[in-house]
Design a protein around this ligand. Structure first.
Ligand code: UDP
Length: 367
């Protein structure tokens, strides 16, 4: 490395311990980044909820855990919802610890989609950076992101352009994509397997449309992920012939990629402006082409006609047609795209470049 290694404090999401799956895609993002940054020689302190597992045993990684009550997720919040912090809240405790540790560090990197760390940023000495993990959900968060961007947009990065477009930013957004430990995903060449779907089982993920496609084709749909909304899961199941959905549960990456890699296609059906779409890239890493709605992150991740097919959002007929066609794509192209664009190494490089740029002293021109 040309530059001095950095000492970074990474602050995890205040929803669920790392390894629980409750933090959604952020858990995997954080783990990949930890490994990627360690690989680049940096010193890391990870502040995470009690019960969290260290993503990587290393003398250069110190894990600090903090107890407290989980933060309610913004994911299903109303547009006008206020900021809520429960008694004994984990979020302020994580930040209390992170700010104390930051005195020794070059920068603090936030992974939580929350108001408090954004609000703190212009008010503390320590340089705080935010990898924004979701799209616009509530006005109070939009305002805070816009305010911070006006103060110094270099402190914000986003996964995709589609995600960044949701926010009022004075300058072009810093995009860092995402990264994956490619050693953990094996390429599987066979293209005659079942159809798959993966993600939190919740309305914004649109499982019902993938189930409808499987039903129309008279096939089984394998489904992996946390049943976050149980009523919704039951409604989706009741909407298709019995046996259409085969629930595989929430699996650790090793087992998930092994099963996912056997699929002939992953069907990805976001009903919201998905910020990124980890499962899309995980499927591609195994050689599985993706049929997705052209909406949000997946619309930028899938190369139409090469690594998958993109169809008009919410058009279930088009989704069905594309699901039939997609198996003819060359599975090696899927893996090659991930190796070039979404390895944990390239992700860590992009994040490091972002932080180094943001640490350069300003002349105060961005007020
Ligand atoms: N996932 C998993 N095991 C499963 C199903 C899903 O580990 O059985 C993980 C998957 O690897 C991904 C995350 O759940 O990292 C879902 O992230 P995504 O970005 O697709 O959606 P989010 O939940 O963040 O909205």
């Amino acid at each position: 490395m040309d530059c001095e290694p950095l000492h970074l404090v990474l602050v995890s999401t205040p929803i669920g311990a790392l390894g629980s799956g409750r933090g959604g895609g952020v858990e995997l993002t954080l783990a990949s980044l930890v490994r990627g940054l360690l690989g680049r020689g940096h010193q890391l302190t990870l502040v995470a909820p009690e019960g969290s597992r260290s993503p990587q045993p290393s003398p250069s990684l110190h894990l600090e855990t903090v107890g407290g009550v989980d933060q309610p997720s913004w994911q299903h919040a109303e547009h006008q919802a206020p900021v809520t912090i429960p008694a004994d809240g984990l979020l302020p405790r994580l930040w209390d610890r992170a700010l104390a540790l930051a005195g020794e560090a070059d920068a603090v990197l936030n992974f939580s989609y929350d108001w408090l760390p954004l609000w703190l940023t212009p008010r503390v000495q320590q340089p705080l950076f935010h990898l924004v993990s979701m799209v616009s959900v509530a006005q109070v968060m939009d305002q805070q992101i816009a305010d911070l961007a006006r103060w110094d947009q270099r402190r914000l990065a986003f996964h995709t352009q589609a995600q960044a477009n949701d926010f009022a930013l004075p300058a072009p957004a810093r995009l860092v994509g995402n990264g994956f430990d490619l050693g953990a995903y094996s390429f599987q060449a066979r293209a005659d397997g079942p159809l798959g779907w993966a993600g939190r089982v919740a309305p914004e993920k649109g499982l019902e449309d993938a189930a409808a496609v499987a039903a129309a084709l008279g096939e089984t749909l394998l489904v992996w992920g946390v049943r976050e909304d149980e009523d919704y899961a039951q409604r989706v199941e009741a909407g298709v012939p019995a046996g259409t959905i085969e629930w595989r549960g929430f699996l650790p990456t090793k087992a998930l990629q092994q099963q996912l890699g056997q699929c002939r296609a992953l069907i990805n059906t976001p009903k919201w402006n998905e910020a990124y779409g980890n499962v899309v890239v995980e499927a591609l890493a195994c050689g599985v082409p993706v049929v997705a709605y052209n909406r949000g992150g997946p619309g930028e991740l899938v190369q139409h006609g090469r690594t998958g097919l993109l169809v008009t959002p919410d058009d279930v007929d088009a989704l069905r047609g594309a699901t039939v066609e997609v198996a003819s794509l060359e599975r090696r192209h899927c893996r090659a795209w991930v190796e070039a664009n979404a390895s944990q190494e390239v992700f860590a490089q992009r994040v490091e470049a972002w932080i180094r740029d943001g640490l350069v002293a300003r002349d105060g021109s961005i007020a």
